[in-house]
Write a protein that binds this ligand. Sequence first.
Ligand SMILES: NC(=O)c1ccc[n+]([C@@H]2O[C@H](COP(=O)([O-])OP(=O)(O)OC[C@H]3O[C@@H](n4cnc5c(N)ncnc54)[C@H](OP(=O)(O)O)[C@@H]3O)[C@@H](O)[C@H]2O)c1
Length: 272
Amino acid sequence: MGNSAMDIAVESSYVAKDTYLAARRGAWIVPKYLLGRPSDQLKNDPRVPFKVRQWFIHKLIQSQVGDLTRYGLPKPDHKFGEAHPTVSGRILDRIQHGRITPKPNIRRLDGRFVEFEDGSRVEADVVVYCTGYKITFPFFDEGFISAPDNHIELFRRVFHPALPDLMFIGLLQPLGAIMPLAEAQGQWLADYLKGEYALPPRAELEADVRADQEAMRKRYVASKRHTIQVDFDDYLFELDKERRAGAQRARERGFALPVPARAARPDEAVAA
Ligand SMILES: NC(=O)c1ccc[n+]([C@@H]2O[C@H](COP(=O)([O-])OP(=O)(O)OC[C@H]3O[C@@H](n4cnc5c(N)ncnc54)[C@H](OP(=O)(O)O)[C@@H]3O)[C@@H](O)[C@H]2O)c1
């Protein structure tokens, strides 16, 4: 029920004889446009409490899309905003035209047949798994850094609390485009590399990371797809605040450049 599934099912529905959309959980389908604007560009003020914004958007989407079970889709088991949003302007239309048939999850594959949880079977040429990200870093030793079950604990999704010379850009999942957030992260990182931004002490970084993980766990449906989640406007707002706080810390420290954290190799120690 994610965005890949929507896009691929819709495209397939124009060329395949039959297309089936199998899911283990329902999702809210956000139309591409709401109130005449791209839906990710609706006004969303981070200073308004999340619950209030959630209520408003939930009602707006409900009023546009209606009861999803009328399209044969499963009823979402959560409110809007408690799962990464699924945006599609065409999926409901293609289902209503009989070009895509919703199905429950796949129970098993049996030769050329696919059997679903309700016992129904179809013959299929292709099964496309749109099951989301699996975060790996093939260029790092797993013992050095890894993301088991997609969990990776980073300060504001950029800095590793224990490795101040390792940063990640764009390793986050917003509603809306990643690029403006990656650009803001890049500017923040540039401040740091120039010594114009200083990180908080490690204990504070770790506490912030723990609070972030806990908030994500409380808000979102338990799934490997909800480990790097951010709200677009809230993230930019908080990043800007943190950038200014870190600039003040850097001023107090006399704009010192960050110290590389890498331990000296044995040969370097001898040379020293
Ligand atoms: N047009 C676009 O802008 C566009 C297009 C494609 C993708 N994207 C982005 O790319 C990222 C990845 O998207 P995605 O759609 O590939 O993945 P995704 O959003 O993580 O969705 C994965 C889906 O697969 C289901 N799933 C995972 N494991 C499963 C299993 N073992 N059995 C049954 N269902 C399973 C999940 O269900 P549960 O909820 O139950 O875990 C969820 O419905 C997202 O950030 C998305 O927004 C954007």
